[in-house]
Design a protein around this ligand. Sequence first.
Ligand code: 5GP
Length: 133
Amino acid sequence: MTIFSKIIDGEIPCHRVYEDEHVLAFLDIGPLSRGHTLLIPKMPAATMAELSDDAAAAMGRVLPRLCRAVMAATGCTAYNLLQNNGAAAHQEVMHVHVHIIPKHDDGTGLDLTWRPDTLDDAQSLATAIANAM
Ligand code: 5GP
């Protein structure tokens, strides 16, 4: 059982900002910036790939409204959505979650290092992924 399951069950408190039958959103305890919020499904899946279509749809349905609420409450006009899967990809809590991270004028928010490469072998790669869908 992860800490997020305990938050869903009410065993551990959180600063809740939204809840419905399928999802819960609450403030991150270690915010990268003011308003840093987490959205989690109630389904206890570790990664996005393990999530049901319905649970993913429930998250997708609320995300735009949650982003608008974070923007309205904090005054931010820019923000990142971050969704880590697997320890190697910086996931610490093994329960699916989307970070909504405001990028404020003072520079607080998500720091990204982005090193684009050239797209090699695109057609066979696209075909391989398409065939796996
Ligand atoms: P990850 O690296 O797994 O994508 O991020 C996990 C996030 O969960 C971190 O930003 C961390 O601050 C947050 N977090 C971990 N434990 C708790 C907790 O008990 N309560 C809240 N509100 N956030 C937590």
